[in-house]
Design a protein around this ligand. Structure first.
Ligand SMILES: *[C@@H]1O[C@H](CO)[C@@H](O)[C@H](O)[C@H]1NC(C)=O
Ligand SMILES: *[C@@H]1O[C@H](CO)[C@@H](O)[C@H](O)[C@H]1NC(C)=O
Ligand SMILES: *[C@@H]1O[C@H](CO)[C@@H](O)[C@H](O)[C@H]1NC(C)=O
Length: 247
């Protein structure tokens, strides 16, 4: 099964310049005995404080988090749909509760788990084409994709670069495993606005949400991973490692 994800973020290509470490953020010494708890709570605060973005750090608003374009699915299993999404806003990131965050700065490795205080909701324009089990599905309009009790399992690996005399972290790889207790899809105006067909199909896809999520999961994970990687790199490219995590 093959899945593809394309996205264009509303992030400026960052020709980063150094920024001041935000006054109310916390630094966590690498030698601190309670390093993991320090980082966990510092990261949670940082994510929440970036809700409306931070131009000095090159970060656009996190909540909602805007995607110009996202293509999900495109596989060839029993559920075979290609969902083209545009003008998307993702609501929920600023309610992040970082459960655990482990950092190995010397090896440029991060790993953590995050839950959210609210549903994770994607709103925007969709067009869909494909097949769900035996039924064809086609249409375009407004959509609402909601994840209840969304959980993200992150791992990130990068390398260090030196600019001037300072070292910075660049994340190359950012994987996001996603879990949800329920995935709810609302695709308005399916089948050219035939209301009865559209309503029935929405009932059907929500009865089969597990199969559909299975099909969409790799591309959702890739899209979120790339989005979060760009945000993290915007910040890491402006704050030297020795400022974020002094030795
Ligand atoms: C952190 O400081 C910034 C300004 O530096 C301010 O806008 C923001 O409200 C503060 N956040 C909290 C939660 O205190
Ligand atoms: C995150 O949660 C997953 C699944 O519960 C677990 O396997 C993993 O070890 C957790 N990661 C960390 C850093 O605790
Ligand atoms: C999106 O769908 C969820 C789940 O059905 C619902 O709770 C929420 O109100 C919807 N949001 C909008 C803006 O329609």
């Amino acid at each position: 099964m093959q899945s593809t994800a394309f996205l264009l973020l509303a992030l400026a290509a960052c020709s980063a310049s150094a920024a001041k470490f935000p006054k109310n953020w916390t630094t966590c010494r690498r030698s601190d005995k309670n390093k993991d708890e320090c980082i966990r709570s510092a990261a949670e605060f940082a994510v929440r404080s970036l809700k409306d973005g931070n131009p000095q750090l090159g970060v656009f608003p996190l909540d909602p988090f805007h995607f110009n374009k996202l293509t999900l699915g495109g596989g060839s299993g029993p559920v075979n749909i290609k969902l083209d999404l545009k003008n998307l806003d993702l609501y929920g990131i600023s309610t992040a509760k970082v459960q655990v965050l482990k950092t190995d700065w010397d090896n440029q490795y991060l790993e953590g788990n995050i839950t959210f205080g609210s549903d994770f909701v994607l709103l925007g324009d969709y067009s869909v084409n494909g097949r769900v089990l035996v039924l064809p599905i086609v249409g375009e309009g407004k959509c609402n994709l909601t994840f209840q009790n969304f959980e993200a399992h992150l791992t990130a690996k990068g390398h260090e670069v030196t600019k001037g005399k300072k070292k910075y972290l660049v994340l190359d790889k950012f994987t996001v495993g996603i879990e949800t207790s329920r995935f709810i899809m609302d695709l308005q105006n399916l089948f050219n606005g035939d209301k009865a067909l559209s309503d029935n199909m929405n009932v059907f896809i929500n009865e089969n949400w597990k199969d559909i999520l299975q099909e969409l999961r790799p591309s959702i994970s890739a899209a979120f991973g790339e989005g979060f990687r760009q945000v993290a790199n915007a910040v890491f490219s402006r704050l030297p490692l020795d400022v974020i995590a002094p030795k």
